[in-house]
Design a protein around this ligand. Sequence first.
Ligand SMILES: CC(C)(COP(=O)(O)OP(=O)(O)OC[C@H]1O[C@@H](n2cnc3c(N)ncnc32)[C@H](O)[C@@H]1OP(=O)(O)O)[C@@H](O)C(=O)NCCC(=O)NCCS
Length: 168
Amino acid sequence: MHDISKEYIDNLTAKTPAISAVEMTELVLPNDTNLLGNLLGGRLMHWIDIAGAIAASRHSGRVVATASIDSLDFRHPARMGELVILRARLTWVGRTSMEVTVKAYAENTKTGSVIMTNKAYMTFVALDEEGKPTPVPPLIPETEDEKKDFAEAEARRNERLKRKSFNL
Ligand SMILES: CC(C)(COP(=O)(O)OP(=O)(O)OC[C@H]1O[C@@H](n2cnc3c(N)ncnc32)[C@H](O)[C@@H]1OP(=O)(O)O)[C@@H](O)C(=O)NCCC(=O)NCCS
């Protein structure tokens, strides 16, 4: 658990992805599943959104709005009784927006198997007290994976903004 003071959160000091990284564990209960006992896609998307929003909120010290979610593929079902582990970390920041990657894993506690089921890139925007976009702290990628994600983020962002202007 990180002990981050309000003063620290309030200023725009650069932070590493590790400071705001999130790991969340959910148990797949009957109410989360379809008639085959597989986790509902909508429920998983909700958990992905929550994990990503917590990471973005930790980084910015702000309430955040989900601006976009890139395509989400369901590679493997999570079954009733399994755990779903969600790992979220910041990959890039702009002036007021933050890109977050969220990976979801299904863990079977009986067999010990852990399988990655989903990976998504999401964009959150930090909002001030009036609900307007507000600046966020810079991000300092540290590991090789973080540096790679950071370097490739500009291209992903350009695609997103192109899609946005096309859809309007
Ligand atoms: C997200 C939102 C606040 C952005 O507001 P806006 O008026 O477009 O603000 P701006 O044009 O100043 O953009 C703010 C930032 O968001 C980014 N952004 C806006 N739309 C985006 C999109 N679809 N994908 C990626 N980034 C986006 C901009 O590039 C800008 O980034 P930067 O400051 O890092 O350069 C606004 O579109 C909104 O409120 N959307 C609804 C959010 C919502 O209801 N989400 C679901 C529940 S949380």
